[in-house]
Design a protein around this ligand. Structure first.
Ligand code: UT7
Length: 331
């Protein structure tokens, strides 16, 4: 990133709704067991947003916490990028709702949808605005109310997903003082076959919502779990390996990936010949929260003192699209 303004992470914030949905609760809804879910995924419980909460309101709480952490007032924010698969409305954007809720009177904003990779895609976009000198205070939010698109009669998917929100404030490194962004990438590989790996079939322009699509639950997620699993293991390992290549593994302090499945983490670490405890994980508490998972995990890793000062921290995300990406920072 030569001749560009160095970018840093000035603030971090997260929000988890109060209601806990445990594996034992799910045993009452579908034919599953705590043992099966924990062994296959590492998940014990996930959070579910209340009826008065939406992805915008949760995102606004996480955003305010990130601003507090950075010591920056909402009026100073110039751009809000919101990554979400579950916006409050088809339009206007969640960025508008968050802007209003936090009182960021001077900010423009827009949403980015790249499912589980969404936060990394928004982070990558935010970096361009800061390093070009266009803006000095860019808020990146990842927020999901996935419980609204989960079919709680489908054991293949309902055990995996949860709700939550996380946020980061990006600033020039000289203002942020930490978290120097060293590299970031985004990639997509689409097509009908890729759609079928993980998608919501109805509710868009291809199949607008009708009484029939609702009755058939076509507005909820369908997933080819095995295909996602294989793609996630190889992509996770590739992103970590390639991003660390210019620096060397010995400089690595922590991997804070999309919280997808503990078995995927273990399989990827085996490929990388890396100890599993190098990877920060909170999937046991929250499940997979798609675009929220990276900033929630990053915030918790930071609060729990799991990001060694001066060391490299890499985040890798992958999901529907297919889509994948990373960012690498020196903490
Ligand atoms: O961010 C991307 C989002 N996607 C993901 O995070 C998913 C990634 N994939 C996975 O995490 C795993 O593929 C799953 C956890 C979803 C599934 O694990 P798996 O080891 O790949 O299981 P499977 O799909 O091969 O299914 C094995 C068996 C099947 O039964 P039969 O056909 O062998 O009799 C499933 O019907 O397990 C059954 N099964 C379940 N049993 C109990 C599937 N879901 C459940 C369940 N409880 N919840």
């Amino acid at each position: 990133m030569k001749n560009r303004i160095p970018v840093g992470i000035a603030g971090l914030g997260a929000y988890a709704p109060e209601k806990v949905l445990s594996n034992h609760d799910l045993e009452k809804l579908v034919d599953t067991s705590d043992e099966w879910i924990y062994q296959r995924t590492g998940i014990r419980e996930r959070r579910i947003a209340g009826p008065d909460e939406d992805s915008g309101s949760m995102g606004a709480i996480a955003a305010m916490r990130a601003l507090d952490d950075a010591g920056v007032a909402p009026e100073e924010v110039e751009l809000i990028l919101c990554a979400t698969t579950t916006p409050d409305l088809p339009f206007p954007t969640n960025a508008c709702h968050i802007q209003h809720k936090i009182g960021a009177k001077r900010a423009g904003g827009f949403d980015i949808n790249s499912a589980c990779s969404g936060f990394v895609f928004a982070f990558n976009t935010a970096v361009q605005f800061v390093q070009s000198g266009t803006y000095r205070n860019v808020l990146v939010v990842g927020t999901e109310k996935l419980s609204t698109i989960v079919n709680y009669e489908d054991r293949n998917t309902c055990v995996i997903f949860g709700d939550g929100a996380g946020a980061m404030l990006l600033r020039p490194l000289e203002d942020a003082g930490r978290g120097e962004v060293l590299s970031t990438s985004i990639s997509t590989d689409g097509g009908p076959e890729q759609d079928s790996v993980l998608m919501v079939a109805a509710g868009g322009s291809r199949m607008p919502a009708t009484a029939e699509t609702v009755a058939l639950r076509q507005h909820t997620m369908i997933m080819g779990g095995n295909k996602v699993y294989r793609f996630a293991v190889s992509t996770f390992a590739k992103l970590v390996k390639e991003s660390l290549e210019p620096y060397g593994y010995e400089q690595l302090g922590r991997i804070v990936p999309h919280q997808v499945n503990q078995r995927i983490v273990e399989a990827a670490c085996e490929r990388l010949d890396m100890p599993v405890d190098m990877v920060f994980s909170n999937i046991h508490k929250y499940g997979n929260t798609a675009a929220a998972s990276v900033p929630v995990a990053f915030t918790e890793a930071y609060r729990e003192d799991m990001l060694p000062k001066g060391k490299l921290v890499v985040s890798a995300a992958f999901g529907a699209g297919l889509s994948w990406g990373h960012f690498l920072v020196r903490w």
